[in-house]
Write a protein that binds this ligand. Structure first.
Ligand SMILES: C[S@@+](CC[C@H](N)C(=O)[O-])C[C@H]1O[C@@H](n2cnc3c(N)ncnc32)[C@H](O)[C@@H]1O
Length: 241
């Protein structure tokens, strides 16, 4: 191995250690602010999850490994095909879009965080350059697309921060073509989830399966499913008539 290769590998190793020390420090800091419903707590929740921003926010969503299982559950539910035009609402760093773009030829993503929009564009640069992906900054309650634009719409790991979930569902329903599918995943309303979500939990709203089904119904969906398969995740699904 040449000296320059060794130097690069050592540098990458140091960056990895540094990254995980930072993530650990954020968790400890989060646990501390958990005790206080303060403006610092709100800022922490915003910067790390509700509207990720800054260096730490970008690191957390650059490679969202903790969300891979949920991405798989959403993909399984939607059963995307090459001809589907796909939208991810609250796309974060674009992890779910990357997965979907392995199948679909056209996709779009939306997030209200400018840093997440930039990170998605960075992580999916080739698809953006090829004109296969459009990423927009905006609010999940007012999507910047016309009626009946998409065949499949997703929303992953964000519903717990949305103040008016029915409005998000209405918008997802509006931008779907007739026969289009919507699948979302959030945290299940179960006992052990509180511990797992630590400092974020007090800012998250979770729903019983029948509440979720009712909200999807209010938004106009048919063939509704709402279930918590493993006590950790909760899945919602509906089809536009
Ligand atoms: C916990 S992250 C999940 C990101 C991504 N879906 C994933 O699973 O990795 C929540 C994301 O939802 C976005 N978000 C929260 N509320 C939003 C809203 N009202 N409109 C648009 N994006 C929103 C945040 O900016 C953040 O990127």
């Amino acid at each position: 191995m040449s000296t320059s290769n060794l130097t690069i590998q050592t540098g990458e190793g140091v960056m990895k250690v540094f990254k995980w020390i930072t993530v650990g420090a954020l968790i400890v800091l989060g646990a501390a602010v958990l005790l206080y419903e303060s403006k610092w707590h709100r800022r922490f929740v915003d910067a790390t999850a509700r509207k990720p921003s800054g260096w730490a926010g970008r690191q957390l969503y650059r490679d969202p490994k903790p969300h891979y299982k949920s991405f798989q559950l959403v993909m399984d539910k939607l059963g995307l095909t090459a001809n589907d035009k796909f939208l991810d609402i609250c796309c974060g760093g674009g992890g779910l879009l990357e997965r979907a773009l392995q199948t679909v030829s056209q996709a779009a993503g939306l997030d209200h965080s400018q840093d997440m929009v930039a990170l998605t564009e960075e992580n999916t640069a080739q698809a953006v350059a090829e004109g296969r992906l459009e990423v927009r900054q905006g609010d999940a309650g007012a999507l910047p697309w016309s009626d009946a634009t998409f065949d499949a719409v997703a929303n992953a790991n964000a519903l717990f921060f949305i103040p008016e979930p029915v409005q998000l569902f209405r918008e997802a329903h509006r931008v779907l073509k007739p026969g289009g599918r919507f699948a979302m995943i959030t945290a299940a309303k179960s006992n052990h989830i509180g511990l797992f979500f630590g400092p974020w939990r007090s800012s998250m709203t979770l729903y019983a399966d029948d509440e979720l089904a009712d909200m999807l119904y209010q938004a106009g969906f048919t063939r509704i499913e709402a279930y918590s398969p493993d006590g950790m995740h909760q899945i919602g699904y509906g089809v536009k008539k």
